[in-house]
Write a protein that binds this ligand. Structure first.
Ligand SMILES: Cc1ncc(COP(=O)(O)OP(=O)(O)O)c(N)n1
Ligand SMILES: Cc1nc(C(=O)O)sc1CCOP(=O)(O)O
Length: 501
């Protein structure tokens, strides 16, 4: 996956390439991003320790900013080791200037103060660190760094609270690699969200983990640059590091006990089922005994989502084989039941797959073919009752974390939205675009049928289908078309051509 972005990394040079700016550039390159580096110090170190640190003069750092600005303007800046307060002043000056030019600039600060193998790297004062934290969008310390910054021995969510009391960060990822716990748990806190988001992975038996934190923060910076939400960026960065460590673990067995970073990087992360949870959200429903029943994929290829029984009757009469009844202003319970009953009967008459949006209990009672639910319904709907009644289940998703949440339910299909801007409903998230749609599709690797939704017009149908989805769902492209019958025929033409190739 690659939308052209530029990432700058500001930090020290490690000649062994395990950590620091050369490691960051290797990660950027491995993830196909354009990266540039600004060097704050030349160090002599390897995975066994640091023997010397020579800070770069503040003026030299200043000139590096000037030189790079002639080449590019960054969308993300990753900051790690800053050697002294004079450098911090230069960086603060340039961050202010760059933010004026690009208010969307995102700054990740990994507050590297010493090397994991031992050795002080920075003389940064507490005031300079506090100013940097207030100037960044995401602070990602490990346990040792967070404890040093707060002068506290706490851990987990309590340590994040301590950080927040002392420093003014907008978001924090607390890396759990040094927590000493068996599972490595990273926690994300964001100033505008309640609670925390946590991702856990089992600890791998790689002993020489020099540079793991740099690798993680560099990968996280890439995913932020690619416009993933922070929960997704954390999940993906964790998958990336896990994959890299696992690869190293396998290679170490066959190639001897070298430092892990010499053993290659894995490229864009592939699906990995990590444990994750939101502290303020109801968790996943209890494990379901079996997957939801499957759908007929051939009938699924074009999926109108319709807001009245008249539209459902019309579409099925025109030969459409999958539709959804999405009633959003139904206040009369009797009428609602009647509409659902009619939709179910029509579905049977036309041998079609008719899904009922939201009203899962009525759908069960009326013996519907299937139900479509959103993420917010996952906690309240009785999924076991839907499964026990033999109904199919479709689930909406808008991110990797939502996809992973949906996968655990083993639904009949997964909806990926919204791909383009839509007039049909207010969306809290940004449109995904085609590149991300393709990534989601690869991530899912055909585990479940997929349908793309949101702003899909006739012109966009072909490129959307080219991302590998099983179906396209449309609302206005059909219901607001001047000639819906013609629009339907044209959609059928594009869909049939695509699937006949
Ligand atoms: C096929 C399909 N995809 C997504 C949606 C959206 O469902 P949801 O998130 O439940 O939002 P509302 O439809 O309730 O606004 C859908 N209905 N169909
Ligand atoms: C109902 C709905 N759900 C979406 C999601 O992303 O979950 S987007 C959407 C509206 C789709 O309408 P149109 O085809 O007119 O853009």
């Amino acid at each position: 996956m690659n939308n052209e972005t530029v990432i700058w990394t500001i930090g020290g040079l490690d000649p062994s390439n395990g950590a620091g700016i050369s490691r960051d550039l290797a990660v950027f390159q491995n993830l196909q991003q354009r990266g540039y580096s600004l060097c704050t110090a030349v160090t002599a170190q390897n995975h066994m320790g640091v023997s010397c640190v020579q800070p770069v003069k503040a003026d030299v750092l200043n000139q590096q900013f000037q030189a790079l600005l002639e080449l590019s303007s960054p969308s993300v800046i990753k900051i790690s080791m800053i050697a002294d307060d004079a450098q911090a002043t230069v960086i603060a000056h340039w961050l202010e200037k760059l933010r004026q030019q690009n208010p969307q600039l995102f700054v990740v600060y990994d507050p590297v103060l010493s090397a994991s193998a031992g050795g002080q790297l920075s003389t940064l004062s507490g005031d300079a660190i506090a100013a940097l934290c207030a100037n960044c969008d995401l602070l990602c310390p490990n346990y040792h760094e967070a404890q040093a910054l707060t002068e506290s021995q706490k851990g987990g969510v309590e340590l994040i609270h301590e950080l927040n009391q002392k420093l003014d960060a907008r978001a924090v990822v607390l890396k759990g690699g040094h927590s000493g716990c068996e599972a490595v748990e990273d926690l994300l806190w964001q100033h505008n969200r309640a609670g925390t988001f946590s991702v856990k992975a089992s600890r791998l038996a790689v002993s020489k983990t020099h540079g793991t934190g740099c690798t993680f923060a560099a990968a996280l910076s890439v995913f932020v640059a690619q416009n993933f939400e922070l929960e997704d960026a954390l999940y993906l960065a964790k998958c990336y590091v896990f994959e890299a460590l696992q690869q190293a673990e396998n290679n170490v067995r066959s190639a001897g006990n070298g430092p892990w970073h010499t053993l290659g990087l894995p490229g864009w992360p592939k699906h990995r089922q990590l444990d994750f949870a939101f502290s303020e959200q109801a968790g996943l429903p209890a494990e379901l005994a079996a997957p939801f029943p499957s759908i007929d994929r051939e009938k699924f290829r074009f999926y109108p989502v319709l807001d009245s029984i008249d539209w459902v009757r019309w579409a099925l009469g025109q030969g459409v084989k999958t539709v959804q009844l999405r009633l959003k202003d139904a206040s009369d319970e009797q009428q609602l039941r009647q509409h659902i009953r009619t939709a179910v009967k029509l579905g049977r008459r036309y041998d079609a797959q008719v899904f009922i949006n939201d009203y899962w209990a009525l759908a069960i009672e009326e013996g519907a073919y299937g139900v479509h639910l959103g993420q917010e319904d996952l906690a309240s709907a009785d999924l076991n009752a839907i499964a026990a009644a033999g109904l199919r289940l479709g689930l909406s998703t808008h991110s990797i974390v939502e996809i992973e949440r949906a996968c655990r339910v083993q639904p009949s299909y997964i909806a990926l939205g919204h791909i383009f801007p839509t007039q049909t409903k207010d969306m809290p998230s940004q449109p995904q675009g085609l590149t991300k749609l393709g990534f989601y599709q690869q991530w899912l690797a055909d585990r479940f049928p997929t349908v793309a939704i949101g702003g899909i017009s006739l012109q966009r149908a072909k490129p959307v289908l080219a991302q590998g989805v099983s179906s396209i769902a449309v609302v206005t492209a059909l219901t607001k078309a001047s000639k819906p019958g013609e629009a339907l025929q044209q959609f059928n033409g594009v869909v049939n051509e695509h699937f006949s190739q």
